[in-house]
Design a binder for this molecule. Sequence first.
Ligand code: BV8
Length: 225
Amino acid sequence: MKKVVILTGAGISAESGLGTFRDEGGLWAQHAIEDVATPEGFARNPGLVHEFYNARRAQAVEAKPNEAHFALARLEAEIDGEVLVITQNVDGMHEAAGSRNVIHMHGELAKALCQSCEHRWQAPLVMSPEDPCPSCGEAATRPDVVWFGEIPYAMHVIDPALAEADIFAAIGTSGQVYPAAAYGQHARRMGAHTVELNLEASSASRDFAEHRRGKASEVVPVWVE
Ligand code: BV8
């Protein structure tokens, strides 16, 4: 039974019109990471952080999956084996394309989290610091995303999956954020065939046995076939 584990990053959603982080004019060119993607930044100015995520949420609800997302959904439906998509992305493109076995290790724009009682709910399109938690009523609402310094979700599922993978693929990620950036090296050490599908070389390219360079909407469907 083939086990395929696929890590995706912002590059797989670039052709759906969603900004990446480190490309020319990317998200980190417009905002300092420490201001909008750390708990300290949120504590300092929750309104600014909500504005940053409100803008990305508005973009994400309008975006459509591209051929790369659809190819991964086909792979999951057709393979004689298992496919697990571990995405660093907070958009809903994989699910919209039909993937069902998806882990959002850095959370989701579509979810809100109460800092006071840890209740989670479907995020409204526009969130503000004053929003009362639907469960405890506290005005302690934040986007349910994992910021720098916070522990990614589902590590207890991800680590065993990497250990058991026959094939590990990384798609559209610059390999600069940990622990995801080390997954290729870990999977390879555990015996997986590793393949990197990316527009250009990444900081983790050396960890991969196979490289397919190009736009995700072109190279992923070819790889899946
Ligand atoms: C943690 C969520 C502890 C919200 C994000 C010093 C050394 C090592 C590590 C650290 C260190 N200091 C601090 C750390 C830890 C830190 C870290 O790694 N820092 C980095 C900067 C050094 N990590 C953390 O804090 C993490 N938590 O470590 O907790 C722990 C860990 C394990 C167990 C116990 C405790 C939490 C990190 C999560 C941060 N949250 N986002 C939001 O989205 O706003 S990060 C954000 O950037 C993304 O989620 C993603 O993970 C990350 C990287 O972005 P990419 O997806 O790779 O996108 P990028 O733009 O960089 O690259 C796009 C790529 O696509 C490019 O290569 C480009 O060429 C390619 N591309 C572009 N277009 C296309 C394309 N490819 C194909 N087709 C195209 N069309």
